[in-house]
Design a protein around this ligand. Structure first.
Ligand SMILES: NCc1[nH]cc(CCC(=O)O)c1CC(=O)O
Length: 319
């Protein structure tokens, strides 16, 4: 391409590291790239709980910059994107996913199970709060906000005994060694699309769309994330409970013994966030890789059948 490709991103350390993955791939393909910093509502207001700021707090301003042609590509943490599609914008590429699991950073190298009852653990996501409570460890959950550095510092300063963060964010900012336990998805299912990136462009910018799709899109990640997000979208329509989901592409043998790729999806919907009552509904299913979308919707229907529709959660949340 003869033009310089302008990539819009938030200016946090994590967002810049993520954008570099896309920028680097474009440069290696011989493209000229310019990285443009865009401030979002979530960056400007660092105190109000994300739940109160509304939908798309970290993504709307980036999409606006794309639509008004200030940038040609917008790079988001996929899990921060609203499930509703945005007119005029297309998801051009989903690069290979980083480790999707949540991670604990605790004082003195402790794991969750080693934290004594009454320990203060910080997290802002209702999904994490519910799953932590369900473990019955007697932890005191403290709502926190801020970027990764701010949240980790509360442990190093002694204000909290631990914080739960996405492992991907720590890996991408070169801080994986601070993790004291990577949480098993059996105990803590990540947010739908956690660890994945979304590179968007304008629908009419077909050259950029094809370029991104051909050099950075990862088919297995896209299938997994499609299943997780389809589950989330169907549940959002049916209940307001916080949701966790994790899909993996697995190889199976069909009846003739030939290898087929399937998507295996696990989901959780949670309700009852007060100390005494937390209810988790769980379900799992598997389908052919080309049926990721239907798989997600079917798992949501199963969770709704199990009673997720009757669960009242804390409403739209930060994931
Ligand atoms: N909610 C904010 C947010 N959006 C994306 C990430 C981390 C990177 C990712 O999950 O892809 C985080 C921080 C966190 O959850 O710890």
């Amino acid at each position: 391409m003869t033009r310089t490709i302008r990539i819009g991103t938030r200016a946090s350390a994590l967002a810049l590291a993520q954008t570099e993955i896309i920028a680097d791939a474009l440069r290696k393909a011989g493209e000229q790239v310019e990285v443009v910093h865009v401030s979002t509502a979530g960056d400007r207001d660092k105190k109000t709980p994300v739940t109160e700021l509304g939908v798309g707090v970290y993504t709307s301003a980036l999409r606006e910059a794309l639509l008004t042609k200030q940038v040609d590509v917008a790079v988001h943490s996929y899990k921060d994107l609203p499930t509703a599609p945005e007119r005029g914008i297309v998801l051009a590429a989903v690069p290979r996913r980083e480790d999707p699991r949540d991670a604990l950073i605790a004082r003195d190298g402790l794991t969750l199970g080693e934290l004594p009852p009454g320990s203060k653990v910080g997290t802002g996501a209702a999904r994490r709060v519910a799953q932590l409570r369900a473990l019955g460890l007697g932890l005191e959950i403290v709502p926190i906000r801020g970027n990764i550095g701010t949240r980790m510092r509360k442990v190093f300063d002694g204000e909290l005994d631990g914080v739960v963060l996405a492992r991907a964010g720590l890996v991408r900012t070169g801080q994986a060694e601070k993790i004291t336990e990577t949480l098993d998805p059996i105990q803590m299912l990540p947010a739908p699309a956690q660890g994945a990136l979304a590179a968007e462009c304008r629908v009419d910018d077909v050259d950029i769309e094809h370029l991104l799709r051909s050099i950075v899109d990862d088919e297995a990640t896209r299938a997994a994330v499609t299943a997780e997000r389809a589950m989330l979208a169907a549940l959002e329509a049916g209940c307001s409970a916080p949701v966790g989901a994790l899909a993996e592409v697995v190889e199976d043998l069909d009846a003739d013994g030939s290898v087929i790729e399937s998507v295996s999806l696990r989901g959780v919907a949670a309700a009852g966030l007060d100390e005494e009552s937390v209810q988790l509904l769980r379900a799992s299913a598997v389908a052919g890789k080309s049926e990721a979308e239907q798989l997600g919707r079917a798992l949501a229907a199963e969770l709704l059948d199990l009673g997720a529709g009757a669960l009242s959660g804390p409403g739209r949340e930060s994931r």
